[in-house]
Structures are given as structure tokens and as C-alpha cells.
Ligand binder design. Structure first.
Ligand code: PLP
Length: 455
């Protein structure tokens, strides 16, 4: 059960099917353009969407808003330094700001960055610096149905090959994303992290953690990795941070706050250079684009997030929804992680070809049938078309992501999600595809316009 009870509530909008049909047509089938008061269950993202605790709110109310040297900063810094062990802690307004500052400082144009899988903003910040981002997920990651517990691992053989023979480019950094968000929220084992750190040391390349979900990764390590079953998530997290030379973190995930992030580093010279850019583009070193109250709420969130009772319930409720979905005959990416479930839309809707976007069709029908908002992760997100609209590249899998905000929805909300999927799964042929009518050149899924295509 939830290791907390509800003290403050927010009503959720309940709409009729006709109202949802009108809303979806109005936004031309792009769910990013819906107003939040048109959504009943919002599973678009787990980022910045969590519920604060009473303790966090209380900490926020003693936030010190001094321009420089705020008490909140010192409380924040002490908590982050204790958890991560890094000597230099720089606050930033969110994860991508931390990435931009670190990569602008650490990378030279032409460098290569290697990762188990770059998150999309991480890749964008590497490429904006004129560098190449290479993903080396382990082979098990390609099998959606395999229940191997650590499908977020990096492919160590491929990593060693690239470190030994980098060609004309320099491998400037290895980024380990825990958990591997771009790879289905799958965790990285401590064994894989240790071996990666050893390879990095051998070749003189720094290893940086993208630690957005460090606590969820640590939880899955305590469940599934030999030698870690009697450790606490906090001990595992500390060990993971100690293996790396630094981290970037979006506190909007495992900081359980609405905004925030940070960089942690051991290298004093690198931290000094990052600090210069921080002051010029985010804010002074003791606030980094955040209010004092935000820094205090992050400090409390980072302590709450490794509570085993909290993590156990988060894992259990994700597993509960996963089982309800399997029970209605719909396949998900196995095994379920903690922050999201990935539904195999391609398998549920085989009559819709990739260029008619089966993932997007499922996203639209979850909204029409149940007011549920989710995200497509298939050919709409990863595919490409030529000027005449003919598809030139499709995604390897047609998935949708049901992201699970922290401490927000209960099992009865998840029952509604499963019941809505069941309705769709009983009559999948009634679901039709979509075509693109207007697409911007970059990050198109945010601002696409579409139209239905009858079967
Ligand atoms: C969300 C996220 C980021 C970016 O963080 P923002 O706070 O959204 O800017 C980076 N890496 C991973 C793995 C993430 O999940």
C-alpha cells in the first residue's frame, strides 16, 4: 500500500466522449495541444508532475531568497554532496540546462560521446556542440518480450572497441543513463556500471551519470542483482555515484519536485569552468536558475526518494498496472520498470502500417475512450518522410509510453486505464490510422498536425 495518505486533493476533469472528440479535432490530433482541463488521467510524463510531501512544502516555506549565499543553497549542497560524494555541486533549473553547461565546457566540436542510450535532450546538447552521440545498448534491449532484469546496460564489448579504436574522433566522455529512459526505462546493473568505469579509467575517459532516476535504478538493483539484495537503495545509489567522475541530474524525476536539476563533479578545474557558464546563462552559483524554495524542496525530495517503502509501492503499483494490461491481452515492454509502461501498439494494431502511425492511433483512442493522455514512441517520433509525405524511415518498434507521475494516481485510476485498453483490445479493427498534414522540421512530435484516415 501507499506509505502515505492524501491531505490535499485536486479534482480531475471528467468529460463526455463528445467533448473529447471535439477537443481532439480542435487540436488536429496532437495531444500536446490539449488543455490540461480536457485530460482525465495524464500519463504524458513523469517529469515535474509528482506530488510534493508536506515536509517538502514546509521546507519550501523556509526557503531563503537571498540573491547570493542563500541558506537554502547550503542545505541543498550538503544533501547532494552527502548523496553523491562529489566535491563540486552546481544547481541548474532543470536537467537539460545541466547537460548544456557540462557539454559546452567538456566537449570540443568533433568529439564523440558514448552512452548506453542518450536521452533526447542529452543527444541534442551533444549535437548542438558539433559532436557525435553514439548509443551502445546491450543486445538484450532489442527483445521487447525478454524479462532479463538489466536491459538498460551498455554493450561492454562495443564500448571497449570504440575506446580502443576511436578513429579520427576523441571519445570525450561516457554517459551512463540510470535508468535508461530512452531504452524503455530499463535499469543498469552495478556490475555493468563497474565494468564501464574500469574501461573508462583504462582509456582515460571520464564517466558521467545521467542520474534522473538514480533511486529507481538502485531499487531494481536491490531486487534483482546478486550481492545487493541486503543493501538499501540509498547505499546502492551512493556506490553508483562513487563509480563515476560526476553527474547531471534532472530533479524533476527522482528529486520529486516540479523544477530543478544539478551538476556534480570531482574535477575542480572543470567545475570552475562550468561555474562561469552557469553564472552567465543560468544564474549565480548559489541558485542556478532556481528559487531558494526550490533548492530546499529538492533537498527533502532527494532524501524521501530512496525510502524503501516509497520505492516498493512505486514498483508494486507499476507492476499492478502491467499485470492488468497483460490480463486484457495487450503486450508491454518487459519487464516493467518504475517510471513508465511501454505498450506494444504495433502488435495490438497490426492492420495499421507504420506510415499510418499505430502508436499514435492508440494514443488517440486512449484519449477518446477514457480521457487518458499518453505519448507515442514509434514512427511519429522516430520516423521520417520525404517531401511528398512518403515514409523513408520507420521506427524499430511502434510503442506508446504510459508515464507514471510520482505519488499522484492510485490503483483505481490504473484500473480505469486498463479498462480503457481492454475496450480497445476487444475491437482493435475499429481503430484507424492517421496521416500528417503539417510537420515542423525538428522535434516534430510536439507540434505536428494530423488527420484521421478511415480503414
Ligand atoms: C528528463 C531527462 C533529462 C532532461 O531533464 P529536464 O529536467 O527535462 O530538462 C535528461 N536525461 C534523462 C534521462 C531524463 O529523463
Amino acid at each position: 500500500m501507499e506509505p502515505y495518505r492524501i491531505k490535499v486533493v485536486e479534482p480531475i476533469p471528467l468529460l463526455t466522449r463528445e467533448q473529447r472528440e471535439a477537443a481532439l479535432a480542435r487540436v488536429q490530433y496532437n495531444l500536446f495541444d490539449l488543455r490540461a482541463d480536457e485530460v482525465t488521467i495524464d500519463l504524458l510524463s513523469d517529469s515535474g508532475t509528482g506530488a510534493l510531501s508536506a515536509e517538502q512544502l514546509a521546507a519550501g516555506s523556509i526557503g531563503d531568497e537571498s540573491y547570493a549565499g542563500s541558506r537554502s543553497f547550503y542545505r541543498f549542497r550538503e544533501t547532494v554532496a552527502e548523496l553523491t560524494g562529489y566535491a563540486h555541486i552546481l544547481p541548474a533549473h532543470q536537467g537539460r540546462a545541466a547537460e548544456r553547461i557540462l557539454f559546452s565546457t567538456l566537449l570540443e566540436p568533433g568529439d564523440t560521446v558514448v552512452s548506453n542510450t542518450h536521452f533526447d535532450t542529452t543527444r541534442a546538447n551533444v549535437e548542438l556542440r558539433g559532436c557525435t552521440a553514439i548509443d551502445l545498448p546491450c543486445p538484450e534491449a532489442k527483445n521487447l518480450d525478454s524479462r532479463e532484469p538489466f536491459k538498460g546496460n551498455i554493450d561492454l564489448e562495443a564500448l571497449e572497441r570504440i575506446l580502443a579504436n576511436p578513429g579520427d574522433s576523441r571519445v570525450a566522455v561516457v554517459v551512463m543513463t540510470i535508468t535508461n529512459n530512452g531504452g524503455g526505462g530499463q535499469p543498469v546493473s552495478m556490475r555493468n556500471l563497474k565494468q564501464t568505469a574500469e574501461l573508462c579509467r583504462r582509456f582515460g575517459v571520464p564517466m558521467i551519470l545521467d542520474a534522473a532516476r538514480f533511486a529507481e535504478n538502485a531499487w531494481l538493483v536491490t531486487r534483482n542483482e546478486e550481492g545487493y539484495r541486503d543493501r538499501t537503495p540509498r547505499q546502492v545509489a551512493e556506490e553508483a555515484f562513487a563509480l563515476a567522475d560526476g553527474c547531471v541530474m534532472s530533479a524533476k524525476k527522482d528529486g520529486i519536485v516540479h523544477i530543478g536539476g544539478f551538476i556534480g563533479l570531482n574535477d575542480a578545474e572543470l567545475a570552475k569552468r562550468c561555474n562561469q557558464l552557469l553564472i552567465a546563462t543560468e544564474g549565480f552559483s548559489t541558485y542556478g536558475g532556481l528559487a531558494g524554495r526550490d533548492l530546499d524542496m529538492i533537498a527533502v525530495g532527494l532524501k524521501e526518494v530512496t525510502d524503501p517503502a516509497y520505492l516498493a509501492e512505486r514498483a508494486d503499483s507499476a507492476a499492478y498496472l502491467a499485470q492488468r494490461i497483460r490480463d486484457v491481452g495487450v503486450d508491454i515492454l518487459e519487464p516493467p520498470g518504475l517510471h513508465a509502461l511501454y505498450v506494444n501498439a504495433g502488435r495490438l494494431l497490426p492492420h495499421i502500417p507504420p506510415h499510418r502511425f499505430p502508436g499514435h492511433s492508440l494514443v488517440c483512442h486512449l484519449y477518446l475512450n477514457g480521457g487518458i493522455r499518453s505519448a507515442e514512441l514509434g514512427s511519429l517520433y522516430l520516423g521520417e518522410e520525404d517531401e511528398d509525405g512518403n515514409q523513408t524511415k520507420s521506427a524499430p518498434f511502434e510503442l506508446i509510453r504510459l508515464a507514471l507521475p510520482r505519488r499522484v494516481y492510485t490503483r483505481s485510476h490504473y484500473d480505469h486505464v486498463a479498462a480503457t485498453l481492454e475496450q480497445i483490445a476487444k475491437n482493435p479493427e475499429s481503430v484507424h490510422g492517421y496521416r500528417i498534414v503539417e510537420a515542423p522540421a525538428i522535434l516534430r512530435h510536439f507540434s505536428l498536425k494530423l488527420a484521421p484516415v478511415p480503414n
